[in-house]
Design a protein around this ligand. Structure first.
Ligand SMILES: CCC(=O)NCCNC(=O)CCNC(=O)[C@H](O)C(C)(C)COP(=O)(O)O
Length: 344
């Protein structure tokens, strides 16, 4: 979809300390093989005692402060998550709202796996466009990938999972950057990839097993075929990219920077870079490889990094490309209008 009147007014994050891959290998948390393939420098690991909704609330306060948007003007809060937020049958989105925003707007959790942040942006954009009286939306994302049932290094080898909270304020009245286009494409034929080899409820519900996406993927690919699986992944990715670039009236070569999912290097190449004529330097890999995969928050934190460090200059465009189990793929074009005062 093409947009003319939607703006990014604020970005924020709450990022815990990094554990280097070398430390993770030394402590036995990460195998040398996984470390070698991923080429990750480090991943962010949250200290004990802070739950994802609190991480999101801290990021939201930063984004709101930077945006100058009054909390009473937030028309909707969308909180994107992948994993445990702390309690069952409880609203983490409402926690973020009570802790960071207040007010009486709807606070809704978006479960779109790693495309959750981009899906929330898509929903927020449509929500604001539906009523001119709606001035702003708050998007948050936060997870922590630890605990007895997830291994941040080996539950999905090829992607090293990181803890942290991110937030974005989308505005229909103004901001430092413009959302020029956004496309989200679904591909349900791939949904089995993250559950294959285990019947519903047999594994997940009875006694929490360690999440082992690699086993599910191996089982799925054994039946579907690797080349067919990769082809289906690329089809959806390309469709979302084509729509977003077309709506922004740009070619991929026109785009100044790219923010891709924080995959390990090998998976980033096999799923993205090998098929796109884009040098690694135009991506945020150097930064991403020190963060890890924040689940639904990769794009917010890497865009914040680009803006804060001057990696994106006024007039330049940044392409955000997301993907989530399902699958869903997203692409968005952001144009920086001015360097905000919170950037160095
Ligand atoms: C589960 C978290 C989530 O939503 N992640 C985003 C969706 N997953 C992806 O886009 C990754 C898709 N690609 C893969 O899983 C792998 O590249 C393949 C296609 C299974 C090949 O395995 P590899 O050689 O990378 O280990």
């Amino acid at each position: 979809m093409r947009f003319d009147g939607l703006y990014l007014a604020g970005l924020g994050s709450w990022l815990p300390p990094a554990t280097t891959t070398a430390e993770a290998v030394r402590s036995g948390q990460c195998s040398a093989e996984t470390a070698r393939k991923s080429e990750m420098e480090s991943v962010l690991v949250a200290p004990d005692g802070i739950a994802p909704p609190e991480m999101a609330a801290r990021a939201a306060r930063v984004a709101l402060e930077r945006s100058g948007v009054a909390r009473g003007d937030i028309a909707v809060l969308l909180h994107a998550t992948l994993f445990h937020q702390g309690y069952d049958l409880w609203s983490p989105a409402a926690y973020v709202q009570r802790a960071a925003v207040g007010g009486t707007c709807p606070a809704i959790e978006v479960r779109q796996v790693s495309n959750g942040g981009m899906a929330a942006l898509d929903l927020a954009a449509s929500y604001l466009l539906a009523d001119p009286a709606r001035q702003a939306a708050l998007i948050t994302a936060a997870d922590r990938f630890d605990g007895p049932d997830f291994d941040r290094w080996h539950s999905d080898p090829g992607t090293a999972y990181a803890d942290g909270g991110t937030a974005m304020v989308l505005s229909s009245t103004g901001g430092f950057a413009r959302l020029r286009s956004l496309a989200v494409v679904g591909g349900p034929e791939l949904e089995g990839m993250h559950r294959a080899g285990a019947a519903f409820g047999e594994v997940e519900m009875r006694d929490r097993q360690l999440v082992d996406l690699d086993a599910h993927k191996r089982s799925y690919v054994a039946e579907a075929g690797m080349s067919q699986t990769l082809a289906a992944i690329l089809d959806g990715q390309r469709e979302a990219l084509k729509r977003a670039l077309s709506d922004a009236e740009l070619e991929l070569s026109d785009v100044d920077r790219l923010v891709l999912p924080h995959f390990g290097r090998r998976r980033l190449v096999s799923n993205y870079l090998r098929h796109m004529d884009v040098p690694l330097e135009r991506t945020t890999w150097d930064f991403d490889s020190r963060i890890g995969h924040l689940g639904a928050g990769d794009h917010i934190v890497s865009l914040e990094h680009l803006v804060r460090t001057g990696g994106l200059q006024p007039g330049q465009t940044c392409l955000l490309m997301g993907v989530g189990a399902g699958f869903t793929w997203s692409s968005a074009v952001i144009e920086l209008l001015e360097t905000p005062d919170w950037a160095s």
